[in-house]
Design a binder for this molecule. Structure first.
Ligand code: ZN
Ligand code: ZN
Ligand code: FE
Length: 337
């Protein structure tokens, strides 16, 4: 069994190679996360489990030696699963608000705990939903990869944010909030502490970003009130997605926080990005030739048009949540012409 990092000298990035992951169960018949299962037991609302088929481990072994620019390192790290609810079906929008707030507490707690290992440079927390994304278990869950390096996407964000900070003396993300608020037409939902918008620079058809209004670098810096507000946005945002085409929409939810290598990242601003792959109810956008082969995305509509569709869905979503006796904290910024 090997868990190793192999360096791609051409792109300058690490690949995580894990030989045992191939044997992981693909959509097993009995759910390993439902209450009463061997792994989870009874009497819980939210559960953190070690990933049984981890790509990273603290006792990682390599299968081959480094050879010049072909560098190999043990894939040191942690892979955890957060089972957000005892309910076998559903999305974040179906989880009760106090339970969702607790989910955010757990994300914050694991970020601090795993990040305190001096060998861990980045704690990546994310959620995959739906068969189209390749989810192997349907029971609602999120994942954590605690990595011994800063992943390339985050590195690019840090580089640009740092450059902007030193040139302009302000935060790049705070500035994006200002631009989106000035323009207004791409904002989907907003409460006192968070704002959700389809960015000017969206890459996926219905990609949206959620930014805290306060300049913070990680989830553990959020107050209790802000955590409830985040739970509220997550509830409304996922409900909006599921309302958009009247179908349970698959998505990737990525949480971008500062690295945990102890350096100063006060120029950074944490946020959450949602990428649903769908372009409509049935059709999915693939990262194909131009996107994957060249790394350049095409967007085949106007972001402002799609933002409008999401705003309409958000109005409906809020109404539906209210009919199930949940009162959203904020408002949908439906754009009226
Ligand atoms: Zn289950
Ligand atoms: Zn900021
Ligand atoms: Fe980001």
């Amino acid at each position: 069994m090997a868990n190793e990092l192999r360096w791609n000298p051409i792109l300058g990035e690490w690949i995580i190679v894990a030989s045992k992951r191939e044997t992981r169960p693909w959509r097993p018949k009995t759910c390993p996360f439902c209450p009463g299962s061997e792994e989870t037991g009874y009497g819980w609302k939210i559960k953190v489990l070690p990933n049984r088929f981890p790509a990273l481990r603290t006792d990682a072994q390599t299968s081959i030696e480094s050879h010049g620019i072909y560098m190999v390192k043990p894939a040191y790290g942690y892979c955890e699963v957060i089972v957000e609810t005892p309910m076998h079906e559903g999305d974040l929008c179906d989880i009760e608000i106090n339970n969702l707030k607790e989910f955010i507490d757990v994300l914050a707690e694991r970020f601090v705990k795993l990040g305190s290992d001096p060998k861990i440079k980045y704690v990546f927390e994310f959620r995959n939903k739906g068969a189209a994304i390749g989810v192997s278990l349907h029971h609602p869950h999120s994942q954590i990869y605690a990595l011994p390096f800063i992943p390339p996407r985050i590195k690019r964000e840090l580089k640009n944010a740092k450059k902007f900070w030193s040139k302009r003396g302000i935060c790049l993300f705070c500035h994006v909030i200002k631009l989106e608020k000035d323009f207004g037409k791409r904002i989907i939902y907003e409460n006192d502490h968070f704002i959700q918008f389809l960015p000017f620079f969206a890459m996926w058809p219905y990609e949206t970003h959620i930014y805290p209004k306060r300049h913070v670098q990680s989830l553990n810096m959020l107050s209790d009130e802000e955590r409830y507000a985040l739970a509220d946005v997550l509830k409304v945002a996922t409900k909006t997605y599921n309302t958009l085409f009247d179908t349970s929409l698959p998505y990737i939810m990525a949480i971008h926080q500062k690295p945990t290598d102890g350096k100063d990242y006060s120029f950074y601003h944490m946020h959450i990005e949602f990428y649903p792959p769908n372009r409509d109810k049935e059709k999915v956008k693939y990262a194909a030739g131009i996107e994957w082969g060249a790394g350049t995305f095409t967007y085949d509509a106007l972001p402002e048009e799609r933002a409008r569709q999401l705003q309409r869905a958000c109005v409906k979503a809020i109404r539906e949540l209210a009919s199930k006796s949940y009162k959203p904290f904020g408002v949908c910024k439906e754009y009226m012409q």
